[in-house]
Design a binder for this molecule. Structure first.
Ligand code: MGD
Ligand code: MGD
Ligand code: SF4
Ligand code: MO
Length: 909
């Protein structure tokens, strides 16, 4: 039978983005992933995918991938790169000491990669300095759970969110960052009209679409808010005394601390800067309902008092006995696809392995015996290593001589960016395992190792509800890329540890990991993390592994595993601990010089430092440029209007971006995205504005609370340049631009440019940038300079000088780049910046169906009065649903506008 007539084979795997951990069914044809769909059988998503998941296949392909090792800036063979790596590492370690070697890993590694990296560094290189980007993400949540429960264990599962009577979302923009879970919650709420949702966030986010109550608190005031709740519950008799007596300790101390910092509802309302009545409503709802889930995320964790905030939340659940039940519990949602797997293998510097810490009695000895293989004896360190921020400080001080970075981009994602970059530049040996060819981090690498990526890798990940799922390889790695676990094991072998790293397939690593989880794990001090039931089952079972929650029990197989149902905790006394919390302010303090509170976070369509999501052009359209969201009053004070360019400054850095005015933003606060790197803009890294202050317990940095000032960039000119794929502008004039943003599109690249230096001779300027002479130009149309380069009949580049608001719409121009020969008529229109058949649809609201804001507004004017009507006409919002909140706000905005236009003038005055 002919190949093409066969149905393309499809494989179930897992999405490599957020911690929801959705199952994906991928179809492969002719050596490429042709399509992806939600896996209807996966218990995380039951067939749904968000826009990032459904664009996965658009981010693949060899272009832009790292295909070959590099050694000292030059392409090299694997042999040369690995020989240099082992030789240099051995020499540096011999000269400077065992503990001058370090690794910095990531929650985007698979469990098997993570396990062998941890085993190599802690077990055989004998250095404790192996930490992970989860330090920037989950460290406070981990520390909070350990203090309360004696183990790092998220008690609940996704079904609890659906079964709850009250869901509290604290510091989480679920609608954008865990979209499929948000859709599940939204549906559950539609089915159960009695369910209530409270959102606690200084910004009004799209998540507020389903909120019955919104608390727009002052940034950093969550501990006071939850201490107030504890005091309220005690005062109003909403304490489960039976539960407290039987299953907890520390109540009186916690209550005393709570009362001290939260003497009354009015005092808390003032401290949190919210309305007292709304606050009391929240307290009343929480106190009254047993089935409450508090889901918390980075608005809580990324703080110098993040651990305390987690415990302030957990305290309230313990006091009310609201955990270990269906629909109840303090639920820290994980960010990365395998943040949880990293915690399981012990990837944090204060952990050893398999939920054992250095101070866990007997743990060092136990892990040493477990890892001993044949003639090889591991040499484990005796005490925890540096946490991420400390690690980079130690590198700067010269105490670390070797750093191996895997699957993370710390040159962008760490705070105190100037110091991090100084440290990286100074470190004698930096090794980077990466799958993308151009990242900020690669500039600092002595040795670059090309890693396989999603669609190529085989292994497991664990999602937010402790569910282990298989990621399955669909294609061979491109070029010379190898799997992370293979690279690590090859290096281990070259270092002489081959016997302990002789794995042939990830299933063997998983098997060992599963065995370790059950190794001497019984009786007093039993570790909760035990997946030993999954060991010893061989490769076929591993390949066929269905998503399963730990602890691996029969209930888990039915999909309902929940921890602490019997009120038995992993502390020495078996009781959960309430922690006395004294709230603290953010440590980055505001001043006359830096008066604005800086909030940083995520946008709907991008993932972290954009190395993968920016490869899908349609994901660039929702927010195309780096931005700063400001309250109109703050913008006004700085002389800024919407779409202006602004400069944010902090003591050690600067950030330049486009202004978005927003009433969703509190006064005195600014919000910027964490995503932009030097690959996409000139000065748009959030880390440049943040200090490296950390939580004393967890070591997590305070990336939600910077202190900055804002001013106008006031450029002499702005321009939009579009260039056919492949060409890159250069030269001194280009380097001297005060602002640039690169926006990849299909078949061309759009650049937004601005400078404070006036240009007298545009044709000469363009020639300097592009090395191309101007073949067509016009400066007559609307008084704006426009120019285009047409070579061999094909549009090669297009320039318009003027602010981007005056752009004629880039969609039709983009299609001109894809044409082989432009007619004379088309050339005229391109220059005039208009096309009879083309109209600007505005920024994209619905990324799945690429429906622009303007198109939606016109449909509303044409009579569509609901999201359903818009969906029927334009298909927007009908696929992943992530844009529904934005569609609703557009409908409301347009209704509001229509009302005010109809209102008689007197009423408006
Ligand atoms: N689209 C997308 N999704 C992602 C990611 C991504 O890059 N893009 N990354 C994934 C990862 S690794 C993570 S960790 C998660 C993070 O998911 P979230 O935690 O939801 O993401 P953030 O946008 O960082 O922050 C959440 C909210 O905290 C609020 N906040 C700031 N300060 C405070 C405060 O003091 N108190 C309270 N209560 N709230 C505050 C912010 O305004 C923001 O809306 O997202 C995951 N999902
Ligand atoms: N200002 C501010 N900063 C933040 C945050 C914030 O909210 N605000 N959030 C923090 C949080 S929660 C997080 S999780 C971090 C995330 O920050 P990072 O981890 O630095 O971000 P990513 O862009 O996901 O980096 C992953 C890198 O690994 C590469 N990669 C992907 N898959 C693989 C693989 O399989 N193998 C290898 N070897 N490489 C791979 C990608 O191309 C990419 O370069 O950022 C933190 N930084
Ligand atoms: S919700 Fe998260 S895991 Fe699911 S498809 Fe979207 S990014 Fe992937
Ligand atoms: Mo994260």
């Amino acid at each position: 039978m002919h190949e093409a007539s066969c149905p393309a084979p499809s494989t179930n795997t897992t999405c490599p983005y957020c911690g929801v951990g959705c199952g994906v069914t991928a179809t492969v044809r002719d050596g490429r992933v042709e399509a992806v769909e939600g896996d209807p059988t996966h218990p995380a998503n039951f067939g749904r995918l968000c826009v990032k998941g459904s664009a996965l296949h658009e981010t693949l392909g060899e272009q832009g991938r790292l295909l070959t090792p590099r050694l000292d800036g030059k392409l090299a063979s694997w042999e040369a790169a690995l020989a240099a790596l082992t030789e240099r590492l051995t020499a540096l370690q011999a000269t400077h000491g065992r503990e001058t070697v370090a690794a910095y890993l990531s929650g985007q590694l698979l469990t098997e990669d993570y396990y062998v990296a941890n085993k190599l560094f802690k077990g055989f290189l004998g250095t404790p300095h192996l930490d992970t980007n989860s330090r920037l993400c989950m460290a406070s949540a981990v520390a909070g759970y350990k203090r309360a429960f004696g183990a790092d264990a998220v008690p609940g599962n996704y079904e609890d969110l659906e079964e709850a009577e009250l869901v509290v979302l604290a510091g989480s923009n679920l609608a954008w960052n865990h979209p499929v879970l948000y859709q599940r919650l939204k549906l559950a709420k539609e089915r159960n009209p009695l369910m209530r949702v409270v959102v606690i966030d200084p910004r009004v986010t799209d998540t507020c679409e389903i909120a019955d109550l919104y608390l727009g608190i002052q940034p950093g005031s969550d501990a006071t808010l939850f201490n107030g709740l504890l005091a309220f519950m005690a005062e109003r008799g909403h304490v489960d005394t039976r539960y407290l007596k039987r299953h907890t300790e520390g109540f009186l101390d916690a209550l005393e601390a709570a009362r001290k910092s939260a003497p009354s509802v009015a005092a808390v309302a003032a401290a949190c800067d919210i309305d007292a009545e709304r606050l009391e409503t929240f307290y009343y709802w929480f106190a009254r309902h047993l089935h409450v889930v508090t889901l918390y995320s980075q608005g809580v964790n990324q703080s110098t008092s993040g651990t305390d905030k987690c415990n302030a939340i957990i305290n309230c659940h313990l006091v009310g006995g609201k955990l270990g039940l269906p629909g109840a519990g303090p639920f820290s949602i994980t960010g990365q696809p395998n943040a949880m797997g990293g915690r399981e293998v012990g990837g944090l510097a204060n952990q050893l392995a398999a939920h054992m810490d250095y101070h866990t009695p007997g743990a060092i000895d136990r892990v040493t015996r477990f890892w001993a293989t044949g003639s090889l004896a591991p040499c484990l360190p005796e005490a925890p290593g540096h946490k991420a921020i400390e690690l980079f400080e130690a590198i700067e001080r010269g105490e670390i001589t070797v750093l191996w970075v895997m699957a993370t981009n710390p040159a962008v994602s760490l705070p105190d960016a100037a110091r991090v970059r100084r440290a990286l530049a100074k470190c004698p040996l930096v090794i980077v395992s990466e799958c993308v060819a151009n990242t900020d981090m690669l500039a600092y690498a002595d040795i670059v190792l090309p890693a396989s990526g999603w669609s190529e890798k085989d292994g497991t990940v664990t999602n937010s509800e402790r569910r282990i799922s298989r990621q399955r390889g669909l294609l061979p790695p491109p070029g010379e890329a190898r799997h992370d676990w293979q690279i690590i094991c090859e290096v281990a072998t070259r270092l002489g540890f081959g016997e302990a790293f002789g794995y042939n397939h990830p299933w063997e690593i998983f098997d060992e990991h599963a065995r370790l989880s059950g190794f001497e794990n019984a009786g007093v001090g039993k570790r909760l993390f035990d997946i030993s039931a999954l060991a010893g089952r061989g490769r076929a079972a591993y390949d066929a592994l269905a998503p399963v929650q730990w602890p691996v029990t029969r209930a888990a197989a039915r999909g309902t595993a929940r921890l602490f149902e019997e009120g038995e905790f992993a502390t020495p006394s078996g009781r959960a601990r309430l922690v006395a919390v004294t709230p603290r302010e953010p440590e980055q303090s505001l001043s006359a010089r830096y008066p604005l509170r800086l909030n940083t976070g995520r946008i709907r369509d991008q993932w972290h430092t954009m190395t993968r999501t920016a490869r899908a052009p349609r994901l660039m359209n929702h927010r195309a440029e780096p931005f700063v969201e400001l309250h109109p009053a703050d913008a006004d004070k700085a002389g800024l209007v919407d779409q202006d360019l602004a400069r944010l400054t902090a003591p050690d850095g600067e950030y330049r971006a486009r202004v978005r005015l927003s009433n969703a933003q509190r006064r005195g606060e600014a919000f910027i995205p964490m995503h932009w790197s030097d690959q996409f803009t000139g000065a748009g890294r959030s880390g440049a504005l943040l200090s490296g202050r950390t939580d004393p317990v967890s070591g997590q940095p305070e990336t939600k609370h910077g202190a900055v000032s804002v001013s106008a960039l006031a450029p002499a000119w702005q321009a939009t340049l579009m260039i056919r794929d492949g060409a890159e502008p250069e030269g001194a004039a280009w380097q001297a631009l005060d602002y640039w943003a690169r926006i990849p599109m299909a078949g061309c690249t759009r650049w937004q440019l601005a400078s404070t230096r006036p240009v007298d001779d545009w044709p000469a300027e363009i020639e300097a940038w592009l090395g191309a002479s101007v073949t067509l130009f016009s400066d007559a149309a609307a008084g704006r300079f426009r120019a285009a380069g047409v070579y061999n009949g094909r549009l090669s580049w297009w320039l318009m000088v003027g602010p981007p608001q005056e752009l004629p719409g880039t969609g039709w121009l983009q299609s001109r780049f894809n044409e082989d020969a432009l007619s004379a008529n088309q050339r005229r229109r391109v220059l005039a910046g208009c096309d009879s058949g083309a109209r600007d649809a505005g920024p994209v609201v619905c990324s799945c169906h690429q429906v622009g804001r303007q198109t939606i507004i016109e449909a509303i004017h044409a009579g569509d009065q609901s999201v359903e009507a818009l969906g029927a006409r334009l298909a927007c919002g009908t696929q992943c649903g992530s844009c529904l909140p934005e569609l609703k706000s557009l409908l409301e905005e347009e209704r509001g506008r229509a009302r005010s236009e109809q209102a008689p003038a007197t009423q408006l005055a």
